[in-house]
Design a protein around this ligand. Structure first.
Ligand code: NAD
Length: 443
């Protein structure tokens, strides 16, 4: 099966070391206390002490964990967003992804101070990055690793920018909520990569929705319908684990499936409008086109109805099928009007968002807001709400996979679903079966 579309640069080029050699090098870098400011295992710091000793540094030193397409993009956005930001350490599971990232970051000149001994590869690369003298980390590995990486970062007293989604199962969501609460105690900032929350059209329209411009919201729709994404054909030298991690989109344990990985953006907008996660979900979905083994065990379409505390029902629909029509967005129906929350209201209080001044890039703005909050001593903390939006999407997936209607309280407090594999090493890892409604057990 040929690679279809590539969101990220080809990651196979230009690595000066074999992966095995690089891991040896990384282990040395991670283990040694060097003049580089990296000190091996991360130091855990207590909340009040961290908060009390925290000064706003003139230069914010940033590490990146997960240096693929978005990790690299977020590092560039972070540097572009504010003065006095330097990228100083990088970590990734694979050396070739690190290498590619370093090449792209070279364009940033002296804002990048990454040396060989501040590059870490392997499953414990995150510990190497945290052992460097960084003030903030960008977490952009596949979602399965976010709860672990976030906990590590907060324990080590670092501010965080973390990509969405932030978990793949309810156990991971509960960990993220706990880490977010710990961050609040320690005075640490957490901003999530739900850039629509930092996009003026959405921000202004949502203010009006919350002020009653469309009355009570009684229904809604949200969509992420698109074509196919990239696939990396399996190479003979790749173990099961390597193949799955390099094709993480197609394994539920890694990505959460596309309703979680991608559609969480639109679901997050609905939760924002409703000022609450839903109370119930009932969904369906399947795997109609992407049926080959290269597509792991995920579905290619979902449709879910979420019910909110006021009784409003919201249809969520997502699809990744080549040749199908494209629709990405949200719609809210109120007693006094209808809104496209990205910038338009029709009804008793019509509104059309008109951009003011320079165009705002929301991918940059989220870092501007994060860094301003750190420097002002009033750290933003978006941890709980992105955990809730992630769980909303997970709940939709669990309902579709099992054929069962689910309640929020059960998913948040009682579900024991934990998709973590038995061990993290580059060895055998059978692909979990494709879920079958009516047969797949609700856990
Ligand atoms: N906000 C947005 O609009 C947006 C856009 C794209 C991606 N994302 C999110 O960003 C994250 C990364 O997506 P991407 O497109 O960059 O994927 P990618 O495959 O390009 O990058 C992921 C990187 O993580 C590395 N990795 C895998 N396991 C790791 C581990 N245990 N420790 C460290 N690194 C590890 C991979 O080798 C790879 O380099 C995902 O959560 C995705 O949903 C967000």
């Amino acid at each position: 099966m040929a690679t279809k579309k590539t969101e990220n640069p080809d990651d196979q080029q230009g690595c000066p070391l074999s992966r095995r050699d690089f891991l040896k090098t990384s282990a040395v870098a991670a283990g040694a206390t060097l003049a580089t400011g990296c000190a091996g295992a991360p130091k855990s710091q207590t909340g009040p002490a961290v908060a009390a000793s925290r000064k706003t540094p003139d230069t914010l030193r940033v590490g990146v964990i997960g240096t693929g397409g978005r990790g690299t993009g977020a590092a560039i956005d972070c540097v572009d967003s504010s003065p006095g930001v330097e990228i100083v350490a990088l970590g990734d599971l694979f050396a070739d992804r690190l290498d590619e990232c370093r090449k792209r970051l070279a364009d940033l000149g002296d804002k990048v101070k990454v040396t060989d001994d501040r590059c870490f590869a392997g499953f414990d690369a995150w510990q190497g990055v945290l052992s460097c003298d960084v003030d903030m980390v960008i977490l952009a590995a596949p979602p399965a690793f976010r709860p672990l990486h976030l906990k590590g970062a907060i324990d080590a007293g670092k501010h965080v920018f973390m990509e969405k989604p932030v978990a793949v199962d309810p156990v991971g969501v509960r960990s993220v909520i706990a880490s977010s609460e710990a961050a609040a105690t320690k005075g640490l900032a957490i901003v999530a990569g739900t850039q629509r929350r930092h996009q003026p059209g959405y921000v202004e329209t949502m203010k009006r929705i919350h002020d009653g411009a469309i009355g009570e919201v009684v229904a809604g729709q949200c969509y992420w319908n698109q074509g196919a994404l990239w696939v990396k054909p399996k190479r003979p030298e790749w173990s099961d684990m390597e193949w799955q991690c390099r094709n993480w989109l197609y394994f539920t344990w890694l990505s959460g499936d596309h309703i979680v990985e991608q559609h969480v953006h639109n679901i997050d907008i609905i939760n924002w409008a409703m000022k609450s996660p839903p109370v119930k979900a009932v969904g369906m979905g399947g795997r109609q086109v992407r049926t080959g083994p290269e597509y792991g065990n995920v579905y290619d379409h979902f449709s879910v109805e979420f019910e909110y505390p006021n009784g409003a029902r919201v249809l969520s629909m997502c699809r990744q099928i080549e040749g199908s029509s494209h629709r990405v967005g949200e719609r809210l129906v109120g007693t006094k009007g209808v809104a496209d929350p990205s910038g338009t209201i029709q009804g008793e209080h019509p509104y059309k968002h008109e951009p003011q001044g320079e165009p705002v890039n929301p991918y940059v703005q989220e870092h501007t807001d994060l860094i301003a909050s750190i420097r002002s001593g009033r750290p933003l903390n978006e941890g709980r709400r992105i955990a809730e939006s992630t769980l909303t999407a997970i709940m939709g997936r669990m309902s579709a996979y099992t054929g069962r209607e689910l309640s929020w309280n059960w998913a948040l407090n009682a579900s024991e679903l934990d998709l973590t594999p038995p061990k993290f090493d580059m060895g055998d890892l059978p692909v979990a079966p494709v879920p079958m409604p009516g047969q797949t057990k609700l856990v």
